[in-house]
Design a protein around this ligand. Structure first.
Ligand code: ADP
Length: 331
């Protein structure tokens, strides 16, 4: 998998350049550019209202851009929509089916649209839908509807699958199962474009990501690359071998130059800071006779990277507002 945006292949399967879309006075997408490589899971990550859905609707031909170029498998989604529908599967938000249509009938119906459909029953089994195949759409739970919409996106054996808010409404186990399914689909060679506002999903699943804020791409890289670029540093978790009063612990940590944030929950202490915060904190604690135990160091989180990269982008943007970035939701 490519490790940075520098080693882009010459023929991206999705290529977007200078994309603009406005609804009345709302600028939904403002000069978005991105390339998706064949066989990767490419995430479009940003808070609600950032312009993610509008961007993928332009990729799938559901919306016409005001300006800009969109190429999917070398084709123009506006001009070549029919040809692309055979090769691109879509799971879009709020796709509603007739209430009386049973899940199995929906799979059969969608499968009839394609020249080389997947095995609907096998797909249903992989998505945990087998026992719901006779259930009318209106009677499916939110999670079952979500799984069915993923199955309908994959039923045509697409080269590219566009998945919008893949795991919204699923319980934690179903989310993990869905992630594994999507990784399996990617491993079979399908390119996945994944829209999400979940940090953990993006970090776990995506090979590369475009961070989107207020209709603009703030940065594109691997999850680790984004964390590195943002320089959001390290996180240290520990407990103390002996009880230490909260004020004393905080006073000691306040003396460590690279510590930026301290959170204490019961016996657990979490320290965030610069790239040397782990070593500096351990030295600072032991220097004061406090012995840390159950020590765990982590790299900075994608959420911290998002906030930092967005802040930098706004500083460099003429006329940018100063409002703080919406912190993305975690489950
Ligand atoms: P996201 O998928 O990141 O939540 P959207 O692309 O749905 O973002 O929306 C981007 C912006 O465009 C938001 O301000 C949203 O309110 C607005 N918007 C989206 N769809 C429409 C529409 N059909 N009509 C008017 N405004 C819209």
């Amino acid at each position: 998998m490519p490790s940075s945006t520098q080693d882009r292949p010459a023929d991206p399967v999705v290529s977007v350049d200078g994309l603009h879309k406005r609804y009345g006075s709302t600028i939904a997408v403002d000069d978005v550019g991105l390339d998706v490589h064949r066989g990767e899971i490419f995430g479009i990550l940003g808070p609600n209202g950032a312009g993610k859905t509008t961007t993928v609707e332009c990729l799938t031909g559901l919306r016409a851009p005001d300006r800009g170029t969109v190429r999917v498998l070398g084709l123009d989604p506006q001009r070549d929509g029919l040809a692309l529908r055979q090769r691109v599967g879509c799971q879009l938000q709020e796709s509603e089916l007739p209430g009386k249509l049973r899940a199995g009938e929906a799979l059969d119906l969608y499968s009839s649209f394609y020249e080389h459909p997947a095995d609907g029953r096998a797909l249903a089994a992989r998505l945990g839908l087998t026992s719901s195949l006779d259930t009318p759409y209106a009677k499916l739970s939110g999670g079952q509807k979500q799984r069915l919409s993923i199955a309908l996106a994959l039923i045509g054996n697409p080269e590219i699958a566009v998945l919008d808010e893949l795991t919204t409404g699923l319980d934690p186990q179903a989310r993990r199962d869905t992630w594994e399914l999507i990784e399996g689909v990617r491993d079979q060679g399908v390119t996945i474009v994944l829209v999400t506002h979940f940090m953990d999903e993006a970090e776990r699943l995506c090979d590369r990501l475009a961070l989107i804020d207020h209709g603009r791409v703030v940065a594109t890289d691997t999850p680790q690359g984004l964390v590195r670029r943002a320089g959001v540093g390290q996180v240290l978790r520990f407990r103390t071998a002996d009880p230490v009063p909260d004020e004393r612990l905080r006073a000691v940590l306040a003396q460590v130059p690279s510590v930026e944030q301290v959170d204490v929950t019961g016996d657990d202490v979490v320290v965030r800071g610069g790239h040397d915060v782990v070593v500096a904190t351990l030295l600072g604690l032991t220097g004061q006779g406090i012995t840390p135990v159950a020590v765990a160091a982590e790299r900075g989180r994608l959420e911290d990277a998002f906030v930092e990269l967005t802040r930098r982008d706004r500083q460099h943007r003429p006329g940018a507002d100063a409002e703080p970035t919406t912190v993305l939701e975690e489950v």
